[in-house]
Design a protein around this ligand. Structure first.
Ligand code: UT7
Length: 338
């Protein structure tokens, strides 16, 4: 540890991993009653990636994390804390973060999961930022990883949800910022559990005995697959995201005009377009890659950030906002100077 407590943390590097297997809208049309036209018009998604058998969220997470470590020029021994954001852990328990850390070669450092769906990456970033600011950790690995494909109902019954989600992982390494003008300014987190049933996976559940029943996988409305009230979720997303982006800007004395890049969670291209329009934010400032990966939940922000970094939209000196909305409901934003 350095002698002085750092004033803020900074994302030092980003990594990503997606499975090789591309699943197009036409491919899904073979499994269910849907069409490329419907999916593209309603969501902007053209394709997503699905893993093959025997690949868990931490297997993708490991590849993304290794890239982030390499880009940061750090070995795993430099990492003081591992946080894994996922709603699709390899197994129910123990925490997948411990599995990820162990796969990376870390056998003693603290590691925990953040199960906060689409906002999971930003909740994890807040924990990492706090750990670095307080001096508890110098370098933190935050990884968001999801395997949705093994948990979706890919029949007509589950089409509203099934076409949206994809598999992927993104990771960042954070460390203290040497330059007081750069790094994470603040992270703003919100949750409202009264809307839990609007987007949820109800079974297996500790409040039921047994936790999982054979009928949870069948019938008209199977509880063992994610279920969503799409329009309701959509309306909240396009309200809460602008709110929390403004909150982050206001908190730090910035205006929308100061913002260089918005990296939003990738739930639906139409959501991100409406957010930009309602804030009068030029769409060229908004990073979208949902057309190729679908909604990868906790992985979507680091995946998009990786892309924006590679093509130069995110670069040193840029004011960047990361924002998310999703199941819970939860919503969050982080403001940082790259
Ligand atoms: O990341 C977590 C946060 N999640 C979100 O933010 C998602 C928010 N919601 C959405 O993105 C949209 O609500 C959806 C893309 C999920 C759905 O779009 P929508 O415009 O709200 O469609 P809808 O649910 O109102 O469905 C319209 C019609 C229905 O048929 P009827 O009742 O009008 O005959 C659906 O049965 O479209 C039908 N439909 C489909 N048709 C073809 C639903 N899913 C599909 C499908 N293919 N995959």
């Amino acid at each position: 540890m350095g002698t002085a407590t750092p004033t803020r943390s900074r994302i030092l590097a980003v990594g990503r991993a997606v499975p090789d297997r591309v699943v197009t809208n036409e491919d899904l049309g073979v499994l269910m009653d849907t069409s490329d036209e419907w999916i593209q018009q309603r969501t902007g998604i053209r394709q997503r990636r699905h893993v093959g058998a025997d690949c868990g969220a931490t297997d993708l997470g490991r590849i993304a994390s290794e890239e982030a470590l390499r880009s940061a020029g750090l070995g795993i021994e430099a990492i003081d804390l591992v946080i894994f954001a996922t709603l699709s852990p390899d197994i129910d328990w123990p925490a997948s973060a411990a599995l990820l850390a162990s796969k990376l070669g870390a056998r003693r450092v603290p590691a925990f999961d953040v199960k906060n769906q689409c906002s999971g990456f930003l909740y994890s970033l807040a924990c990492a930022d706090a750990a670095i600011r307080s001096g508890r950790a110098r370098h933190v690995l935050v990884c968001g990883g999801e395997i949705h494909s093994s948990g979706l109902d890919l029949t007509t019954r589950g089409r509203e949800v099934g076409v949206i989600f994809g598999d992927g992982a993104g990771a960042v390494v954070l460390g203290p910022s040497e330059d007081p003008g750069r790094g994470i300014f603040s992270v703003h987190l919100h949750a409202d559990g009264s809307n839990a049933e609007k987007l949820w996976l109800e079974a297996a559940a500790s409040r039921r005995r047994p936790r999982l029943l054979p009928e949870d996988l069948g019938g008209d409305d199977p509880k063992a697959f994610p279920r969503m009230r799409g329009k309701y979720v959509f309306k909240h997303a396009v309200t809460r995201m602008p709110e929390v982006i403004r909150e982050a800007l206001d908190h730090n004395g910035f205006t929308l005009g100061d913002l260089d890049v918005l990296v939003p969670h990738q739930a639906n291209l139409r959501i991100n377009q409406m957010v930009a329009a309602s804030m009068e934010l030029d769409e060229s400032k908004v990073v979208n890659n949902i057309d190729r990966y679908g909604n990868t939940t906790a992985a979507s922000i680091p995946l998009a950030l990786h892309e924006a970094l590679a093509d130069g939209r995110v670069a040193p000196g840029k004011l960047v906002c990361l924002a998310a909305f999703g199941a819970g409901f939860t919503w969050a934003a982080a403001l940082l100077r790259w």
